[in-house]
Design a protein around this ligand. Structure first.
Ligand SMILES: Nc1ncnc2c1ncn2[C@@H]1O[C@H](COP(=O)(O)OP(=O)(O)OP(=O)(O)O)[C@@H](O)[C@H]1O
Ligand SMILES: [Mg+2]
Length: 296
């Protein structure tokens, strides 16, 4: 096996490992009031929320990166999160994905899955996909191979390489190549793609795993205007079937994602807490928000 494949294997394993640990992270038997009993570890969005953060505080040497943060994301929602540098946006994603443990607070995926009881790899395996700011694709593999590994990842690279793709899986990769505008580059080595194309490939790799919730940290940083517009269109096409939490500084992009729809909520974080929440127009007109942005 080549070093690239080994590297790929480690990453895929880390990201996909714990399909085995079905019973991990259950919330201790909370059930809904509905007649159907929710199995331990099963995502239950019967109450509408796919993500529920309550009173989360994270301290680093006494400094509160998150300070009693509460946030609710509805199933199928596309939520934009803005806020000045250091507001706690990335730390919030670290908490959701199990990278950072809060001092206090609650974090639930659906109404029954307690994220604070789960390990990072378990959280990835239950349908929470995360895109970091810097694209992390396998540079030495082709675009197609990157998507193929993402699809088969939970089997481990070695067996994945010997496992033939079914017609249905080939169709899925083909559809993904079209969705992320990389059909003409399927056989290109990923390292030769533009920065924006690498971002898309990574989003495509996340989508191959069909996550219910996607966390995207500054996904259009470094993209051209055209790439940014295409990314907005892509995210809008995912809304409804997936839930998305998008952190961005690029206000033009936020504008495209909300496209003047007052029903779409934008959350403003500041000093580890929610400063304002509402339509883009409302938060942009909010005096506290204006002060925070002008004051920096
Ligand atoms: N591991 C850490 N140790 C100490 N301080 C940290 C750590 N991680 C984050 N911080 C601090 O917590 C605060 C919030 O950081 P965070 O990265 O979450 O902000 P952000 O909103 O993502 O900012 P940006 O828009 O610049 O990405 C910052 O003051 C940061 O310096
Ligand atoms: Mg950040």
């Amino acid at each position: 096996m080549t070093p690239q494949l080994m590297e790929a294997g480690v990453r895929v394993r880390q990201a996909m490992d714990a399909k085995k640990s079905d019973n991990a992270g259950q919330s201790g038997g909370r059930q809904t009031s509905y007649s159907r009993v929710v199995q331990p570890g099963e995502l239950d969005v019967a109450h509408g929320a796919i993500l529920y953060l309550d009173d989360i505080t994270v301290s680093f040497d006494g400094f509160k990166a998150l300070n009693a943060l509460s946030l609710n994301i509805s199933a199928g929602e596309l939520r934009c999160i803005i806020g000045p540098n250091g507001a706690g946006k990335t730390t919030m994603m670290d908490v959701i994905t199990g990278k950072t443990r809060p001092d206090v607070g609650k974090a639930f995926f659906g109404s029954t899955i307690d994220l604070l009881r789960m390990r990072e790899n378990e959280i990835a395996s239950i349908g929470i996909g995360r895109k970091f700011q810097k694209p992390t694709v396998f540079e030495h593999l082709s675009v197609f191979e990157n998507l193929e590994l993402a699809l088969k990842g939970n089997r481990g690279v070695q067996s994945a390489m010997f496992f033939r793709l079914s017609g249905e899986q080939l169709d899925r990769i083909d559809a993904m190549l079209t969705l992320i505008h990389l059909k003409d580059s399927a056989q290109r080595v990923a390292g030769l793609l533009s920065h924006g194309q690498k971002q898309w490939l990574e989003i495509g790799m996340l989508l191959m795993q069909d996550p219910k919730l996607l966390l995207l940290d500054e996904p259009v940083a470094g993209m051209t205007d055209e790439e940014t517009e295409r990314t907005a269109a892509l995210f809008l096409s995912l809304e409804g079937n997936h839930s998305l939490v998008v952190v961005e500084h690029d206000m033009k992009f936020i504008h495209e994602l909300t496209h003047g729809n007052p029903a779409k909520k934008v959350t403003v974080l500041h000093e580890g807490s929610v400063l304002a929440e509402g339509s883009l127009a409302d938060v942009q007109a909010n005096e506290k928000v204006v002060e925070v942005y002008l004051g920096r």
